[in-house]
Design a protein around this ligand. Structure first.
Ligand code: XMP
Length: 512
């Protein structure tokens, strides 16, 4: 085990992820309970994370001295490096040398940390994000790397196996960072690297059993990958103590509801309540133009419907959710604070507080692609696990200017044709998300010598790593032309197709 002491950096989970990728099990503990975590886990190595705090603050968080005195290898990253130095007798200077973004570090001395990656005298790109820096080293340390802004960019006390880096090896902008972390856990700490998703599965099952005991759990299925993987995992742990509730809001894509119901009921034999709430949602949305009101209406109705169904089956002690790590970060910025609400996401928050149930969130530490791996591990069909993300409010936010049954129907057909063409062209996996949007605009056309006056359909496709930023997908023009022709020929109600070439920012992926 590797213990990761979290000092509140935005990217601590990325450290854990890199360690998992190196095939080693890790646990993150907040700095306040680091000593306890250290005793409980007896880790073979410790990583100290970055932090928004400054070591020069009066109440600056520190690492427990017992960790630094236990003889285990320690890697301090950014703030972690600084607090380690300060605690061992070095000096930190605040404020003056802010450095953010790409930087280059020169390797001053060979080290097991750099073995097989960086040779002495070479320069490499690293990612910096810090306001303070180390200015005097504790005894036993030496400089192994320097950048122009950080004379102590990488330091080591090889005898004690203490390492500190001012840059962030866990982010992709430090291209060799993952290998450096792998050196730390394999070469320096001697960990074997045989941990896999299979081990995660076993461990998660144990933890769910321990937490739930003989309690009852309900899980809201959305039809997406995350809640499905969570449900299958939880079912493996506790069997029919789990009931899934699938609120069908009528805003799903073609055949989607049937697929979900078939998979859960017939294939996995998981108790499933299929709530046919289409009318409730669509009646409430009819005529509503404002995107935020639409989102909030859907969110509120979802909670009410879910709650009513949960009551019907006699309630439950636990609520299971497929919350992923990025949802945890995003929902923080989506629920007030100084950051601005761009869109109200309805699938995080709200429900647990109202229903007075404890949460079971077995995917809370994972990233999307890791959830997909876990899905494979659990035997979910590949085409299902590989599905592109789909928003909770569904097709409602792809019908700008108001939802009607008729428009949803038109949109569903166009979307199905578009996705079919994408699959046939072998492009599905290269695209983060692709979908059709039905515009509230009618234009004039001519078909078979007759005048038409029908809706415009916009096609959207983006590439992205995490949904936070995105570029439009650069299709071949023939692909677009053929797809447009098919949509116009096959869908009554659409006589014109356009392609959206906006990136994010300044656009968002969805239109509302
Ligand atoms: P935007 O449109 O904000 O979308 O660029 C970023 C990603 O989030 C998805 N999205 C949602 N997902 N509930 C969700 O589960 C929502 O309310 C929601 N709104 C947007 C969107 O599809 C994209 O993947």
């Amino acid at each position: 085990t590797v213990l990761i002491v979290d000092f509140g950096s935005q990217v601590t989970q990325l450290i854990a992820r890199r360690i998992r990728e190196a095939g080693v099990y890790s646990e993150i503990v907040p700095f306040q309970s680091a000593a306890e975590g250290f005793r409980r886990l007896s880790p073979k190595a410790v990583i100290l994370s970055g932090s928004p705090a400054s070591v020069t603050d009066t109440d600056a968080p520190t690492a427990p001295m017992e960790i630094l005195e236990a003889g285990v290898p320690v890697l301090g990253i950014c703030y972690g490096q600084q607090t380690m130095c300060a605690q061992l007798g070095g000096n930190i200077e605040g404020g003056l040398h802010r450095e953010f973004g790409r930087s280059f570090m020169e390797v001053k001395k060979a080290s097991p940390l750099f073995e097989g990656i960086w040779a002495e005298g070479t320069r490499h790109q690293v990612w910096m994000s810090h306001g303070d820096r180390v200015t005097a080293l504790p005894e036993g340390f030496e400089i192994i790397g320097q950048s122009s802004g950080a004379p102590f960019a990488a330091i080591a006390d090889e005898a004690r196996r203490f390492y500190g880096v001012q840059f962030h090896p866990e982010v992709v902008h430090t291209p060799d960072g993952a290998r450096l972390l792998s050196n730390f856990v394999h070469r320096i700490a001697g960990l074997s690297g045989d941990w896999t998703m299979a081990a995660f599965r076993e461990q998660a099952v144990e933890e769910i059993r321990a937490k739930v005991g003989d309690g009852k759990v309900i899980c809201g299925l959305s039809g997406g990958v995350d809640s499905s993987v969570a449900a299958v995992l939880i079912h493996e742990a506790i069997g029919d103590q789990l009931t899934c509730i699938f609120v069908d809001h009528g805003l799903l894509r073609m055949n989607e509801a049937d697929e979900v119901v078939a998979m859960f009921r017939d294939h996995y034999n998981i108790p499933l309540v299929h709530v046919q709430a289409q009318d409730t949602f669509i009646d409430a949305l009819e005529g509503e133009m404002d995107p935020e009101v639409k989102r909030k209406t859907i969110g509120r109705l979802f909670i009410e419907t879910f709650e009513a169904e949960a009551k019907k089956i006699g309630g439950a002690d636990f609520l299971a959710q497929g919350t992923l790590y990025p949802d945890v970060i995003e929902s923080v910025s989506f629920t007030g604070g100084p950051s601005v609400t761009i869109k109200s996401h309805h699938n995080v928050g709200g429900l647990p507080e109202r229903m007075n149930m404890q949460l079971v969130e077995p995917l809370r530490e994972l990233f999307k692609d890791e959830v997909r791996l876990l899905g494979h591990e659990l035997g979910l069909p590949a085409h299902f696990v590989g599905r592109q993300p789909f928003p909770g409010p569904g097709l409602a936010i792809r019908c700008p200017g108001g939802v009607t049954r008729e428009k949803l129907d038109i949109l569903r057909q166009a979307d199905a044709i578009y996705l079919d063409e994408i699959r046939k062209a072998g492009l599905y996996d290269a695209i983060w998300q692709a979908f059709a949007v039905l515009l509230p605009v009618q234009t004039v056309g001519v078909m078979g010598d007759g005048r038409t006056y029908e809706f415009v359909c916009a096609l959207r496709a983006v590439t992205s790593v995490d949904g936070m930023t995105a570029d439009f997908y650069h299709y071949d023009m023939d692909f677009l032309g053929n797809t447009a022709t098919r949509i116009i020929n096959e869908v009554r109600g659409i006589n014109r197709v356009v392609y959206d070439v906006t990136s994010k920012p300044p656009g968002t992926i969805e239109w509302e």
